[in-house]
Design a binder for this molecule. Structure first.
Ligand code: NAD
Ligand code: IPM
Ligand code: MN
Length: 347
């Protein structure tokens, strides 16, 4: 039988709870679907850091390379380990090392979810550049702690990097409703963002069937609230995409409902699937983390692996769950209750 090996990094805070839920659902759907999911739990996290002085072993990336996909909960426990240490020690190096350049984040209301907006009719696919831009990590601090201290952090945009994420966006738009929104801030940032706009315009010639509009990120933030139904595929740089997708999560009912996939479209290395949300220290250990974002992310993993029927089954079970008003309101339902409802909708 077809077997997939999955690396599981549950991580910190609510990560382990939502990943346990997602894994249970994945096992539930695999049963009778003609494939096996073999999970390997990797304890890499802030707790691991405190014991070992690193977020993952020195050969962590090489270990992960052998898997078909990575399922990740959340990384970060800022009370014990600074975020800049934990995220740069685990999550961000994986995205970069495996060239997971397309971070895909769908924003739509699951049935029965009452979003905060007046309209319920939107279906946005945010595509975030995931390997460079504002997250390139180029910079430094000098004269630390003195009045002369200087901190520099340079965004890095390459033609290859910008072109490939825009092409990915154009292809997605072509497969959906044919509209692409390219997000920059080229009125203020006159090198990198004008460069991005130029490449958008240039590529548009190759996709005459796609209607392309360029927006400034501030205007896009407002549009996602006031006219989200006007949007189809939205492509943005690493940082802009990060911010807009928490906004996207908010309009779809909350971070507990927002899924994401870090995709290596060339399939030269494993892709990674994780909810948009973080480790939520404020609710960790209360048993009320919504597992829907993680479960939806695991459906995206199955789709990426080619198991589309099984992915569809998960999405139908999620819809059946939210239609019963379970998992739709933050804090209302316990993690186990939501998971049980999804599992029973699967069978
Ligand atoms: P967060 O996403 O963890 O939490 C923001 C708010 O949303 C909190 O009030 C939280 O309770 C709520 N929330 C998040 N997920 C939820 C869920 N599944 N169910 C119910 N409520 C949920 O963002 P933050 O507070 O800025 O970050 C906390 C930590 O997580 C930090 O260390 C941060 O760096 C890290 N982080 C990690 C990732 C990741 O691993 N991908 C993503 C974002 C933040
Ligand atoms: C996300 C997170 C990460 C990001 C952080 C934790 C580094 O916010 O996946 O959206 O900014 O990419
Ligand atoms: Mn984020």
């Amino acid at each position: 039988m077809k077997t997939y090996s999955i690396a599981i990094i549950a991580g910190d805070g609510i990560g382990p709870a939502v990943i346990a839920a997602a894994w249970e659902v994945l096992q539930g759907v695999a049963k009778g679907s003609g494939f096996i999911l073999n999970g390997t739990m990797l304890p890499w996290s802030c707790a691991y850091y405190q014991e070992n002085g690193a977020m993952m072993p020195a050969d962590g990336i090489e270990t992960l390379r052998g898997f078909d996909a990575i399922l990740l909960g959340a990384v970060g426990w800022p009370a014990q380990v600074p975020d800049a240490v934990s995220l740069h020690g685990l999550l961000l190096p994986i995205r970069r090392a495996f060239d997971q350049y397309a971070n895909i984040r769908p924003h739509r209301l699951l049935p029965g979810v009452q979003g905060p907006l007046k309209t319920e009719r939107f279906d946005i696919l945010c595509i975030r550049e995931n390997t460079e831009g504002e997250y390139a990590g180029a910079g430094g601090r000098i004269h630390q702690g003195t009045p002369h201290e200087v901190a520099v952090e340079t965004a890095v945009f390459t033609r290859r990097g910008v072109e490939r994420i825009l092409r990915f966006g154009f292809e997605q738009a072509r497969a959906r409703r044919g509209r692409l929104a390219s997000v920059t801030k080229s009125n203020a940032q006159k090198y990198s963002m004008v460069f991005w706009d130029d490449i958008t315009r240039h590529l548009a010639g190759e996709y005459p069937d796609v209607v392309v509009t360029s927006y400034h990120v501030d205007a896009m933030a407002a549009r996602m609230v006031t006219a989200p139904e006007s949007l189809d595929v939205v492509v943005a740089s690493n940082l802009f995409g990060d911010i807009l997708t928490d906004l996207g999560a908010a309009i779809q009912g909350g971070l507990g409902l927002a899924a994401s996939a870090n995709i290596n479209p060339d399939r030269t290395a494993p892709s990674m699937f994780e909810p948009v949300h973080g480790s939520a220290p404020d609710i960790a250990h209360l048993g009320i983390a919504n597992p829907i974002a993680a479960i939806w992310s695991s459906a995206m993993m199955l789709a990426h692996l080619g198991e589309t029927a099984a992915a569809d089954r998960i999405m139908m079970a999620l819809a059946a769950t939210t239609m019963r008003n379970i998992g739709t309101v933050p804090g209302k339902d316990r993690t186990e209750a939501v998971t049980a409802a999804v599992l029973s909708a699967l069978s």
